[in-house]
Write a protein that binds this ligand. Structure first.
Ligand SMILES: NC(=O)C1=CN([C@@H]2O[C@H](COP(=O)(O)OP(=O)(O)OC[C@H]3O[C@@H](n4cnc5c(N)ncnc54)[C@H](OP(=O)(O)O)[C@@H]3O)[C@@H](O)[C@H]2O)C=CC1
Ligand SMILES: O=C(O)C1=N[C@H](C(=O)O)C[C@H](O)C1
Length: 269
């Protein structure tokens, strides 16, 4: 039996779930010890390899998170907010590092996650890629250098199956811009313009969400002033970048003190 840290993947049939399985199988530093889907899902009780269209893998898809997390070193979770809150409690109870890629949490749900993190290591980011996390730091710097004559807009585009808006990444970029400006995002955020909106309020940070086709994830931070514009852009073309970031986080989290961490901690940015 290998002594590599063992990983359980939740939402294993999903776009990210399947990408994570492939990355863990390709990894020399982690091994796959469990796979979770919701109760009633077609894949539950079946071999994961067969469900993914290949040979049997010897990992049976389960709907019993608490049992699957027992003895695991990490849980990698890209699912939905309500599911992630339940997984956070189970991961903390099992002392497994909980890597959270799920987006779309309400303020109350984030408070629930914080409570669970008192008992376990939790690493959460709306985007696990190196490129986007670096872009947050560039955004903060540019926002700090420019005054309110520069309007800030975050524009994001994703595939037509995405259920939350603005994206987790757009919110990270908005937070970074607000931090650079020395303001609270909640005080200046402008979302969902429609109809007679009135002129743009100076100092606001605006958000626009595009949904279409199979776009993996595209984000612009636009700084617009009279006579000139700056655009900071990240284009994701392969979900592998998010999965590899999550694996890095699962390893980084081993033997850390309980608490909430993000990808800036993991990447040392
Ligand atoms: N942080 C990052 O870097 C990234 C974050 N994301 C985020 O990850 C999440 C998932 O994205 P994506 O993979 O595209 O979505 P999918 O809809 O393809 O996958 C989500 C999976 O989670 C499953 N699920 C939902 N609820 C439960 C539950 N209670 N128990 C077990 N499984 C559950 C779904 O099952 P079912 O189909 O039955 O509902 C589905 O298999 C989203 O919030 C997305 O924004 C995505 C990419 C990168
Ligand atoms: O749902 C997605 O697909 C993605 N979600 C994350 C987000 O909300 O920002 C990350 C990435 O952009 C893909």
């Amino acid at each position: 039996m290998s002594d590599l840290p063992g990983v359980v993947i939740t939402g294993v049939s999903g776009r990210m779930g399947q990408m994570l399985v492939r990355e863990v199988l390709a990894s020399e530093k982690l091994r796959l010890v469990g796979a979770i889907e919701r109760t009633g899902h077609d894949w539950v009780g079946k071999d994961l390899g067969a469900m993914m269209g290949g040979a049997d893998m010897g990992v049976t898809v389960s709907d019993d998170a608490a049992s699957a997390f027992e003895g695991a070193n990490a849980v990698i979770d890209f699912t939905a907010p309500a599911a992630t809150i339940a997984f956070a409690k189970a991961a903390a109870a099992a002392k497994a590092v909980h890597v959270i890629g799920t987006t779309g949490f309400s303020e109350d749900e984030l408070a629930e996650l914080s409570k669970a993190a008192q008992g376990g290591v939790q690493i959460r980011a709306g985007n696990m890629s190196l490129g986007v996390n670096l872009l947050t730091q560039l955004t903060k710097k540019v926002a700090a250098a420019l005054d309110e004559d520069w309007d800030i807009e975050v524009i994001e585009a994703h595939h037509n199956r995405k259920v939350d808006a603005p994206s987790g990444t757009a919110l990270m970029l908005g937070e970074a811009a607000a931090e650079g400006r020395g303001v609270k995002l909640a005080d200046v955020s402008d979302r969902g313009r429609d109809g007679i909106t009135g002129a743009r309020k100076k100092g606001d940070i605006g958000f626009t969400a595009i949904r279409g086709g199979d776009i993996v994830g595209e984000h612009d931070v636009l700084f617009a002033a009279a006579g000139e514009r700056i655009v900071l852009r990240h284009l994701a073309t392969d979900r592998g970048i998010f999965a590899r970031g999550a694996l890095k986080a699962a390893l980084w989290g081993q033997n850390r003190e309980p608490g909430e961490y993000d990808m800036l901690d993991v990447l040392g940015l």
